[in-house]
Design a protein. Structure first.
Length: 448
């Protein structure tokens, strides 16, 4: 298996053509192949002798289903090409478009669907050869995809030319289908006789079927050698279904309207639907992942806003405390000085308290800055008695407002601790902050 795939941007690994299959997806693909083989054995064995005859609505219904599934698959693959600019994706998208378009003249020229001999001036060989070109063209597109999928997207495609590349490739594919229809219709009498009548095939068809089977095997081998993505895996399953379809139509009796012929059409419909189902499933899963990511981002943004509001409230409270103390002490100092006999000692004490509050405000600002520094790893020796004193000084305004008198008695025997121990106690109480004495103490008070 090829391992030297071209490097792609990380976001492109979520697209089907670059997404590596998981073990569960490999098991699912293997289960589908085994189910196809079981159905093939049953159809080619016990049911092969049953001849149900012609069912008038079968061919139009089958052709409509093929057209819809292959056309939708082509549209989804063209969309992925417009994102990745992979020439391999462009090739396989045109392959599905080719099968969707060629089924139209195949249905119109099919004997007995619209007229006994078919429309568009068809002859006896037209429908059979259109089917041959149909089942020879798609494996060729698959081979082209396998050979081109690892090519550099920048080569051969100008920036912004995805739309032009899609339109031109669609036009070329449609022209090829029209040319093929014209050749097999106008040159009906010159073509080798694959059909003896509207029901029976000649031995020429067996040789043609063998060539188609060989071409499908080549496409399967190329995919196996160069398999890498989820799309490669399911295209291999599609090629297996194609191979079974060719066999059932050709053996044991090469005739129309037999059990093998009807079963072959069903296998053809299954092969055309597999990639579409996988594309829709992967698109749904990617949409679900995108929705979960958007919801997670929204929840994270809301949590960040709530955290920001809580931090802003805490900061406002912690900064307000020393500022309120400074204002109170400044008013007290002015009153001591405005007396007929100024009390300089009391004024001096008030101004000293203002200085202490100013240093405390600076400490709060430093604490706030330390909270948002992720590289802060410093550990300091902490005296619990000093912490109690700073906390009471911080709460002095509230204590005086409520006429609360607090007396402390320091215990000199208390050991000094490092800051991370106290920070852990903050965390246990729901305060996830780097330790700084004033702000942590205030935050503890707010939490309570």
């Amino acid at each position: 298996m090829a391992k030297t795939a071209a490097a792609v941007p990380e976001e492109q690994h979520f697209v089907l053509s670059n997404l590596s299959p998981s073990p569960a997806q490999r098991r699912l693909a293997l289960a589908v192949v085994l189910a196809l083989l079981v159905a093939f054995v049953i159809t080619a064995g016990p049911l092969s002798s049953i001849q149900p005859g012609r069912i008038g609505a079968f061919v139009p219904a089958y052709a409509t289903a093929i057209f819809v599934t292959d056309f939708l698959t082509a549209v989804l693959l063209f969309t992925q090409f417009s994102i990745l600019r992979s020439r391999g994706l462009l090739a396989i998208a045109n392959g599905y478009l080719y099968t969707a378009l060629i089924v139209i003249p195949w249905t119109l020229t099919f004997p007995g669907v619209f007229t006994p001999g078919g429309l568009l001036g068809a002859g006896l060989q037209t429908t059979t050869w259109l089917y041959t070109l149909w089942h020879a063209g798609f494996p060729l597109f698959v081979i082209a995809y396998a050979l081109l999928k690892d090519a550099d997207p920048a080569e051969g495609l100008r920036q912004g030319s995805a739309g032009a590349a899609i339109l031109s490739s669609v036009a070329v594919t449609a022209a090829v289908v029209c040319a093929a229809t014209f050749l097999v219709t106008a040159g009906n009498d010159l073509l080798p006789r694959q059909s003896l009548d509207p029901v029976h095939f000649s031995t020429v068809w067996l040789y043609v079927a063998g060539c188609l089977a060989l071409l499908i095997v080549v496409a399967l081998i190329v995919l196996w050698i160069r398999r890498r993505s989820l799309l490669d895996l399911w295209l291999m399953v599609v090629m297996c279904a194609y191979l079974i379809e060719i066999y059932l139509i050709s053996f044991p009796d090469p005739v129309r309207y037999s059990i093998g012929w009807y079963a072959g059409r069903v296998f053809g419909l299954v092969s055309g639907s597999l990639v579409l189902f996988v594309l829709l499933y992967e698109i749904t899963m990617l949409y679900a992942q995108l929705l979960r990511a958007v919801l997670a981002q929204r929840r994270e943004r809301e949590a960040r806003l709530m955290t920001g509001d809580a931090v802003a409230a805490t900061i406002a409270h912690e900064v307000k405390q020393p500022l309120s103390g400074m204002i109170t002490n400044a008013d007290a100092g002015l009153r001591w000085l405005d007396r007929p006999m100024p009390d300089l000692d009391e004024a001096k004490a008030a101004f000293k308290q203002i200085v202490a509050d100013g240093h405390r405000a600076g400490s709060v600002i430093g604490s706030i800055r330390a909270i948002f520094k992720r590289d802060t790893r410093s550990r300091i020796s902490l005296d619990i008695n000093d912490l109690i004193g700073e906390t009471l000084a911080l709460l002095r305004g509230d204590l005086q407002k409520h006429r609360v008198l607090v007396q402390t008695e320091a215990d000199k025997r208390l050991p000094r601790v490092l800051d991370y121990r106290f920070r852990e106690s903050c965390h246990k109480r729901g305060i996830h902050l780097s330790f700084q004495a004033p702000i942590c103490a205030g935050a503890l008070r707010m939490k309570d």
